[in-house]
Each structure stands twice: as structure tokens, then as C-alpha cells.
Design a protein around this ligand. Structure first.
Ligand SMILES: [Mg+2]
Length: 265
């Protein structure tokens, strides 16, 4: 998950100031963690700490999301999610946005079968993204992480994702020029996976993800989770600079999660 969080932080200033190349400053002034990080940590916290909550997983996710929203209301949440999180009851919302896919890297790291991953992703989507497109995008990212963690080759991961999710994965060079901001799941998940497929390290994966433009923090967050799982090595300097921008509470959950699930980075 730290790979996803670092992608979010690195992309945070480029979301509103797209760069269409790979040669940019990784941590310019103003870099910060955003909603992608907050909700990724919420998912990790739910997985680590909901055993005694005596509620089903769907409701647990909804509760954890609302709690984290209240703690970090200015992290950059979208309007639709904010109004859901602010409402006094837990309602079903049918968003097709990439908010479900941006937060689920931890599920790919924590669970050990595709069946369990799908079940957990579906529970995480039930209240906020009750929508097939959003659920499938979240599954695609979590399963890519799971396959990368198992050290499958890139060709195998690509074939699996194309076959199961019917995603076209065109080369980034073919889409970059016309790519604009759109947080729709089916528009941002495939390029995030493709950025990983074209990379040769964690850092090049992040640089490629941001070079597409569009919803940069979220695309880099999704790419970053897969790249962490695959390369199992994040350059120390990137790790320290990004980790420094988290607060103590977020850092504590990340540490606990990495220790419990023996996550390499
Ligand atoms: Mg964000």
C-alpha cells in the first residue's frame, strides 16, 4: 500500500497541473497526501481492526470510510463521496468513479486468493460504488497487485486482465496526447495498469503514470500499488520523502499493515 500512497503524494500537484512527460520533480512544493491515501489507510484499518466490530464487512467498510472522512475532510474528496460520508444514515450510492479502485491496494496485498479478493473488494464497494464498472475496476487493480505479488510475468498479468476484465490496454504513447481529466473507472484503470506494464522499476512506473495526464494522483496511486507488489523495491529517497508527508496516525496503520502481512517494499 505504501507504493500506492507514494503515487498519490507524487501525483497530488500534477492532478491540476498535468505534465505530459516523465521528466518532472517527484516532490515539488505543495505535494501532499490526498483522499486516495486516506481511504487506502481506511481499508487497511478496517482489515486490521474490524474483527470485533460485530457488523458485516459491507457495513464495516462504510463505517470506516465515514470515520476517515471525518478525520480528514479536506483531503480532496469528491463531492459525491463527501455528501455520502456526511449523511447521517448509510445509503447505497452508485458511483462509477475511480474512487473504489484508488483505495483497494491493501486488499491485493492482504488476501491470498482471487476469490477472497473479489469478495472483499465487493464488500468495500457495496455502499459507495454499487456499480459494476466501479467494482470491476477495483477488482482489476487488486487482482493485478495479487498477481504481481506472486511474481507472475507482465505478459501473464496483461493477458489475465484483458481476458477477465475485457480491458484494452493500448500503449501510453497512443493515448497520451488526447488524454484528459475524467475520473470514470473504465477511463483511468486501464492506463494505470498499462503504466505498470511499460515500466522497469517503481520509479519509472510512477513517472509513466503521471505522464498520461488526467487524474494524476489516482492513476499514480493505482499504478504505484501494482509496481510495489511487482518490484518489491521502492527507492529509499522516494520512500522517506513521501513517508515524511504522512501524519503519525496514517504512518502507524501503514507500519502495522506492512508488518502483519509481511509486505516488501
Ligand atoms: Mg486524490
Amino acid at each position: 500500500m505504501i507504493g500506492a500512497i507514494l503515487g498519490d503524494i507524487i501525483g497530488s500537484t500534477y492532478e491540476w497541473n498535468n505534465v505530459k512527460h516523465e521528466n518532472f520533480d517527484l516532490f515539488p512544493i505543495g505535494s501532499r497526501f490526498t483522499d486516495d491515501t486516506v481511504l487506502s489507510v481506511a481499508v487497511a484499518d478496517k482489515i486490521l481492526n474490524s474483527q470485533n466490530a460485530k457488523i458485516n464487512d459491507r457495513s464495516a467498510y462504510a463505517m470506516w470510510f465515514k470515520q476517515y472522512y471525518k478525520r480528514y475532510p479536506h483531503a480532496g474528496f469528491g463531492q459525491m463521496f463527501s455528501s455520502w460520508a456526511n449523511s447521517k444514515t448509510i445509503q447505497i450510492q452508485r458511483s462509477f468513479g475511480n474512487g473504489a479502485a484508488m483505495r483497494i491496494s491493501v486488499i491485493g496485498f492482504a488476501f491470498s486468493s482471487i476469490k477472497e479478493i473479489k469478495r472483499e473488494v465487493n464488500a468495500s464497494c457495496f455502499y459507495t460504488h454499487h456499480n459494476l464498472e466501479a467494482i470491476r475496476g477495483a477488482q482489476a487493480i487488486a487482482i493485478s497487485i495479487f498477481l504481481a505479488k506472486k511474481q507472475l510475468g507482465k505478459e501473464e498479468i496483461k493477458k489475465f486482465i484483458q481476458k477477465v476484465f475485457k480491458y484494452h490496454l493500448p500503449p501510453l504513447d497512443d493515448i497520451r496526447n488526447g488524454y484528459v481529466f475524467d475520473s470514470r473507472t473504465s477511463y483511468s484503470v486501464p492506463p494505470a495498469i498499462e503504466a505498470f506494464l511499460e515500466s522497469d522499476s517503481y520509479e519509472t512506473a510512477i513517472r509513466k503514470a503521471i505522464s498520461i495526464g488526467g487524474d494524476s494522483d489516482t492513476i499514480a496511486c493505482m499504478t504505484g500499488g501494482i509496481a510495489q507488489a511487482y518490484y518489491q523495491h521502492i527507492p529509499k529517497e522516494i520512500y522517506h520523502k513521501g513517508n515524511y508527508l504522512l501524519d503519525i496516525d496514517l504512518r502507524k496503520i501503514v507500519k502495522h499493515f506492512n508488518e502483519k502481512y509481511h509486505v516488501e517494499y
